[in-house]
Write a protein that binds this ligand. Sequence first.
Ligand code: CTP
Length: 435
Amino acid sequence: MNVVVGITGGIAAYKAVGVVRALVLAGHDVHVVPTEGALRFVGRPTLEAISRNPVHTDLYEGVSEVRHVAIGQAADLIVIAPATANSIAKLATGLADDLLGNTVLASEAPLVIAPAMHTEMWRHPATQANIDTLLARGVTVVGPAVGQLTGADSGPGRMEEPEAIVRAALAVVGETDAPSGTGAGVARSHDLAGRRIVVSAGGTREPLDPVRFLGNRSSGKQGVAIAEAARARGASVTLVAANLEIAEPTGCAVRQVSTALELRDAIREAAVGADVVVMAAAVADYRPAAVSEAKLKKTPGDAGLTLELVRNPDILAELGHAPHDGTVLVGFAAETEPDDVRLVELGREKRAAKGADLIVVNRVGWHEGFAGDDNRATVVGEDGAVVTELHGTKVSVAHGILDVVVSVLTDRSSTEREPTAGRPARTTDEESDPR
Ligand code: CTP
């Protein structure tokens, strides 16, 4: 296959060498088209040596061969990695002021881009609007991943790893399996356009007094990744955010909450008429029976303190057992179980007990599952069967979960299921037992 690798001028350009190399090793004829900016980060000799082909950047070189048209027309696939905010803006408007821009316009080959930039630039409404334009045009967007950026900052914006980009790109032309599961976060199209999705993220805090709370280690990264991925796929997203440790995503309606009861109120309100509810938040199962108005003081000579806790409502179970009309309900099961088979079994039991349609099972522990940028999860479906196993960045896991959600939504709309006995049309004012 003839693959054009476009490289634009960002620090991640050095990683593009890995993309070129992986494509060459996979047996493809690779033609690299770097922008002038890219050549400030990675040298032409390196790109020629790795690609085993001459590298051109200048539109006005080789005019007699009409090079920009020739490269574009010959391409079976174009991969642009990294794609800077500037290059994304140019692609969205169809600018052709360099060889790469011309090559893209002169080609009918599938286009795959791997954005890389600082978080603020990625989240800027201009960049997001450009990404929306490209997605609507059928461009495949791989990543960006969430993680350490060039400076001290960290967040969404890091280019996906070369192997993940290549795997996603080859999947677009049917050369490998769909990348959901192991590769990058791939937004393929606006397959959630017109859908309303509610996502809870973070961890609740249950106050003991004005200065203390009972909380948990959830950072909110996986839930925020789901909200962002759903938005990228065209959904209108409400994020119910409980004490996030990371920045809120742009383009989503955000409801800030802190306690389980606040989260419950926000979810109940947002869930009315939603197509999908994803309960990714870690919700405290108990709260202090009483919250002291003043800071709790030590009693001189006491040996310890006993707290009285009362049960919080199980929000997911309430939604699952309340009448609802076709809303796809996705829960998470965070388990410390070391045995893989038993882990999935626990998820299966949780799904059934809570009446969720899908449950995303993931192992948590002292060193697993919380603040990290990667995740590993198993999605258990409506009949209790494992639908997919996902591992990779939290963004890629988010897309993998949404792939399953999209297929459930598609099945439901194709069968136009009547609300079942357990699921008549949703009512908003119905109270149900907390457990
Ligand atoms: N959940 C909820 N309300 C609660 C507790 C959990 O809605 N009070 C939701 C979580 O958002 C998640 C799912 O239920 O989607 C499972 O949460 P998890 O913490 O794994 O399980 P628990 O139900 O708390 O059960 P246990 O702690 O006994 O494992």
